[in-house]
Design a binder for this molecule. Sequence first.
Ligand SMILES: O=P(O)(O)OC[C@H]1O[C@](O)(CO)[C@@H](O)[C@@H]1O
Length: 542
Amino acid sequence: MDDITLSKEWAGLREHHREIEGRTLRELFDEDPGRAERMSVTAGDLFLDYSKHRATGETLGLLVELAERAGLRDAVDRMFRGDHINVSEDRAVLHTALRLPAGAVLEVDGQDVAGDVHAVLDRMSAFAERVRSKEWRGATGEPIATVVNIGIGGSDLGPAMAYEALADYADAGIEARFVSNIDPADLEGKLRGLDPATTLFVVSSKTFTTIETLTNARVARKWLVDALGEDAVGKHFVAVSTNAEKVAEFGIDTANMFGFWDWVGGRYSFDGAIGLSLTVAIGPERFREMLDGFHTIDEHFRTAPFEKNMPVLMGLLGVWYTDFFGAQTRAVLPYAQRLHRFPAYLQQLTMESNGKSVKADGTPVDCDTGEIFWGEPGTNGQHAFYQLLHQGTRLVPADFIGFAEPFADPAGMHDILTANLLAQTSALAFGKTAEEIAAEGTPPELVPHKVMPGNRPSSTILAPKLTPRVLGELVALYEHLVFVEGTVWGINPFDQWGVELGKKLALGLQPALTSEEPPEDFADPSTENLVRRYRRLRGRRA
Ligand SMILES: O=P(O)(O)OC[C@H]1O[C@](O)(CO)[C@@H](O)[C@@H]1O
C-alpha cells in the first residue's frame, strides 16, 4: 500500500500545520468571527459545531484532499455494497445493512442481505412483543420481569450502553441487566434479588465460544435449573449468535436463537439481534426508530460531500490531531447522565477497530493510528479530570455532546447542565490571559496559577433530545468516523487479531493456577513467579 505520509497532500498538511500551530483560537476567531456560523454541519438531528478547532477552512480543504487521496470515496462505496473489505478475514462489512429500511434491496455474495436482516428483525420484534405482553411465560407460568443479557465486548457494551441511554423508554416494566465479566462478582451481583421464575437469560455471543460468556451462561443455567429443574431451560434461555451448532451444543433450542452473520463485527452489532434485550426493554417500535436514526446517518455518510459530511469531518479532525499535533487521546464528554456508558462503548468501537500497527496489506503503518478514547459524563468530569484538560501540558481534543430537551426536568436543572457544557467549551478554547486575571486584582504570585491557556480544541454535538432515533444517529456517526480514520491510515478497522494471544495464554495458564502439583517451566519467569505467589495465596502448593 502507498505510504500516505509521502503524498503531497500530507506534505501540504505538514506545512499548513506549522502555520496553524503558532495561532490561537482567539486569533482565529478575531480574524474571522464568521467561522462560528460557517464551521458547523447538520446530519439528521445532529448539529456539529467544529469552529472551536485549531483549523481553518483551508485546513479542512487540505484534509478533504487527503481523504480523497486515501481513496475514501471508493472505500465508502465498497463498504456499502458489500465488498470484502475486511481482508484479513475475507469478509464483507455490512453493519449498515442491519438498518436498511423494509423493502430495501441488497444482495451480497448471492445472499439476500436486506431480506435476511428483516426476517431476523421481525422474529426479534415478535419475540419481544410476546415477552412484553406477558404472553411468553416462564416455566411456572409467571411473566418475565427481568432480562439478563450474558455477553461481553460487542455482545454487551452496545446493548448495555443503549439500555442505559434509553432507560426512560423502557415502558413494559421489564428490567434488563447485563453480565459480562468472568469475575464471579458480576453474575452474582446481577442475579441478586432475582426470582428464577421471572428471569429470562439472553446468551449473546457472535462466536458462542467466548469463555467469559459461556462460563457465565453455564453458571446462570445451573442457578435456574437448581430452582426450577432442567425442563425450565427452554422458557428461560434464548441465544443470539452466528453459530447455531454451538448454541445447540450448549443446550439452547435453536428455535429460540436469533441469528446474525459474519459480516457484522461484534462491536457493530447491537443494531441487529445483539440488541434483543434492548428490544424487549424498549419495544420493537422504538428499536426500529433507533435503526432509522442509524440509517439517516448512513445515508448522510454515503452521499454528503466530504466538506459537509459529519463523520468525514470528525474523522479527519481526529487524523489532524493524532498525526500533526501528536495528540494521544480524545475525550468524549456527554452532558447526559443516561450516556454514562457511551465512552466505554466507544472505547471498543474505536480502539478495537483502529488500534493497529500494520496496514490492511500487512505492512507497517506510516504514522500514529488509533486515538485513545475516554471520558465521563459532564458535569462529573468537571470535578475530576477537567483540571488537566484546562491547564495540563497535553493536548486533549474533546467531543462535547448535549441535548436541548431532557426527558423530565421537574426542578429546572437541565439548563444548568447545558450552561456548564457551553462554559467548558468556551473556557477550553479561549482561556483567560495573565492580563485579564491581573486586571481582576489577583495577587501577582497567584496570576500564573490562574492563567487558563485556552487554545484547546473541541467539537460540540447538539441534538434535540436523547431519543432512540438520536442515539442511533450518534452511534452511526462514531462508527463512520472510525472508518474514515482507518481508511486514511490504510488499516482494516474490522478485524481484532490483537485480542487472540491473551485469550490463548489464559487458557494455557488455568491449569498452572489450579493443578495439584506446582507446575514447572510453563511461562516467562515473571509470570511464573506471579503464579507461584497466587498459588500460595490460594493455599496451593507452589
Ligand atoms: O460475541 P462474542 O463472539 O462472544 O465475542 C465477544 C467479543 O470478543 C471479541 O472478539 C474480543 O475479544 C470482540 O471483538 C467481541 O465483541
